[in-house]
Design a protein around this ligand. Sequence first.
Ligand code: M6R
Length: 609
Amino acid sequence: MCGIVGYIGDKPAVDILIDGLQRLEYRGYDSAGVAIVNGGLSVEKKQGKVKGLSDTINRAELQGTLGIGHTRWATHGRPNDVNAHPHTNSTGKFAIVHNGIIENFTALKEKLITKGYSFESETDTEVLAHLIDDIQKNTMLPIEEAVRQALTQVVGTYGLAMVSADDPDTLIAARKGSPLIIGVGENEYFLGSDAAPLIEHTRQVVYLNDGEMAVITRGGYQVKSIDNVPLEKEVHELEWDLEQIEKHGYEHFMFKEIMEQPESLENCMRGRISIQDNDVHLGGLIDSLDTLLAADRIIICACGTSWHAALVGEYLIEGLARIPVEVEYASEFRYRNPILREGDVVIVISQSGETADTLAAVHEAKRQGVPVYGVCNVVGSTIARETDAGVYLHAGPEIGVASTKAFSAQVMVLTLIALKLAKGRTLSEAEFATYLNAVVEIPDKIREVLLLDEEIQGLARVYRYASNFLYLGRGFNFPVALEGALKLKEISYIHAEGYPAAEMKHGPIALIDRFMPVVFLAMKDSTYSKVLANIEEVAARQGSAIAITDNGMEIERLCEYVIKIPRTEEFLTPLLAVVPLQLMSYHIAVMRGCNVDQPRNLAKSVTVE
Ligand code: M6R
């Protein structure tokens, strides 16, 4: 949440910052701003998208080779020009951008007011600017030392960047709970709250850890702990390239990412499946396999779409490997004092690897001495680095705020984990081989589903004005129903609920009338006849039933629309069934004129609680 970018080097900073903010916009789009050191300090900030800022700034006044920028997802204070970052001290000498929440900002603010400071904005960040000013004024300390001392007084989380007119050769960054990465170039350095703004400039990066501060000058950088201990930092190579974060002719990232799923799943499976050896190889878990096999219980924690993938994982691991699984919202797990015992293993799932609640679940598992493994997409992300071991999705960058290809890759990784745990234990070699062959066919089957796009567009046209939707599924496809409903509500703002199909009779059936579209996931599996009965019940009450099915005839009699997807093994059906739901949400949202890549109030990565 909130994007931070910084630059120090020999090039004009402003365009590097604006381009960087554009690439970071998926982290927040309430306002955008830049501060450039140019003899003095110039700050330009504006409510709304980066484009609005870019179109209005006076570039002639922003000549300078040191600067910071910010794109905001509002926490404290409404989205407006005044609350936009950067924030400055009262003399306008230095500027700060911040991601996170200063929890004791009210107490700090009151203290500063008694000292004569006045505040322009409603933000917690402005407090930091005045606090640093106060320390520096009273101690005459160098700016980095004043920042360090200020941070020791702060309770909460921050990823922050700061520049000062008095120090035209210094960019300061500090991190606690909100990611920051230094990009190392030739005689130039970059700062980003993730890799997106850095990729086009350099692939050499240094990840800041919590409690670390960096002083970046034109000649190099030094990282210290907040307690002032110098640290040696490893330089890492970024995996992603510029190519992958471009739209390539697609109107929206979300559509591109839906369409990319056959390839992203092939990348996710590459090197992990050996038909010849009849085996699955998960390098990241190689040393943890015995622990997983011996586990009495696996607890999977995640948020949002990743939580839906976790639910599919529960069906997969319990169903195939017969190891008990519990799925928890990371946000609940962290605060309900969960009981973890010897024999428990925690798996966390996160596309970004930065979700604050999921990271807190990692910390809770570690606190209780339980092994914790990660399933992440972003290489080098905090969760990937803080877990004991894990598996990367290799789905490539996901820019659309609504998660699509990350979901399918998460389900694929969980499928591979489940199969690996089941091999030789609950599955014979022959059964395993049948299943593995079915997994390998999935990308091509998704290609077939994607060919239904036009048909699904037609469906979207019919239902685009609906105010409510129900999504019903059973077994492996109950989580898919939840995911379908989430996709629709987050990008089209239509109210939608997902339920296990059989739960319909326990309440939601009261909602059904001719204005209520009900999307059924009706695969020809062990629950098919039951789902069919549920469709009958909806049809009897004049509800519009829409079915996603791998079966024919009888369902067509009952439903207004039937989308037919290819047949696969029951445990793999979520990977196919979710695709028409992603497409339907996408087209409905576009037809309603919604901004699908940047839906209102949302941000790609939720790094605050
Ligand atoms: O990066 P994560 O997978 O940890 O993110 C979790 C959720 O915030 C995320 O899945 C969110 O629900 C998406 N907007 C769903 O499309």
